[in-house]
Design a protein around this ligand. Structure first.
Ligand code: DGL
Length: 269
């Protein structure tokens, strides 16, 4: 079926983390409609094998196309992008697809000390896509990679005590942060959930350490892609719909907390 600029953009993540990307998308593209799909019933992705993530990504894309006739898809999850975006692009060639990846290049551009910490899921760090990105920056900075088991799950369930304990343990494991030579002055948040731990991380590391997330670049890239494919909606008042394979109340509370909006959330099988 022909696509149309008035159709919505689909956005999915393993859970609530992709709301950090949706926030930037709605700010940059206020005329667009969005459908946000949280796969919380099958999360976390980051500690599962890539086949599970590929299967879930395929099934969500099929549902978003069949139920909402999405005109484009934003994979608002680093782990799903790393494991599945090449499969989605091959299987849905007519659908414009945007992914997210840890912002290593922007971090290199910003870091003065050239020592950079990277927090991400185990799945993202182990992926061939991430290893290729890392290799492309060889010699430009020293990266310390930290898999953060459990952190996305703690953020997903809004477990503040566990979020603080895990952020403390993982930043300690990365090493010394600061502006002196050899210290890390930049931390890449390589999982969309971690944007919601920014306050905790700033409190632990101090305001001089730069935290890099990917909402704005992804939103700008989505705008360019919609424009290039003739799918940018010229005008309108954008609406967002929300659905989850987990508990609707959890997504509803996360939207209220982070997007300051009271919304209805549908349950998906
Ligand atoms: N939010 C996801 C990411 O950006 C993954 C969280 C998870 O399910 O492990 O990687």
């Amino acid at each position: 079926m022909e696509s149309d600029p008035n159709f919505p953009v689909g956005v999915f993540d393993s859970g609530v983390g992709g709301l950090s990307i949706l926030k930037a998308l709605r700010a940059e593209l206020p005329q667009e409609d969005f459908v946000y799909f949280a796969d919380s019933g099958h999360a976390p992705y980051g500690e599962r094998d890539p086949e599970h993530v590929i299967e879930r990504s395929r099934s969500i894309t099929q549902q978003l196309l069949a139920q909402h006739r999405i005109k484009a898809l934003v994979v608002a999850c680093n782990t799903a992008t790393a494991a599945a975006i090449h499969v989605l692009r091959a299987e849905f060639p007519a659908l414009p697809i945007v992914g997210v990846e840890p912002a290593l290049k922007p971090a290199v551009a910003l870091s003065q000390t050239r020592h950079i910490g990277v927090m991400a899921t185990r799945g993202t760090l182990a992926s061939a896509k991430f290893q290729t990105l890392l290799a492309s920056l060889a010699g430009q900075a020293e990266f310390t990679l930290q898999p953060c088991d459990g952190l996305a799950d703690a953020i997903e369930h809004h477990d503040a005590t566990r979020v603080i304990a895990l952020c403390e343990a993982y930043t300690k494991a990365i090493g010394l942060f600061g502006l002196k030579s050899g210290e890390k002055d930049t931390l890449v948040l390589g999982c969309t959930h971690y944007a919601f731990a920014e306050d905790t991380l700033h409190a632990l590391l101090g305001p001089q350490v730069q935290l890099i997330e990917t909402g704005l670049p992804v939103a700008l890239h989505t705008r360019r892609l919609l424009s290039a494919t003739g799918l940018l909606r010229p005008q309108g008042t954008g609406q967002a719909q929300f659905q989850t394979t987990g508990q609707p109340a959890e997504l509803q509370q996360a939207v209220a907390r982070w997007l300051r909006q009271d919304v209805a959330v549908a349950h998906s099988a």
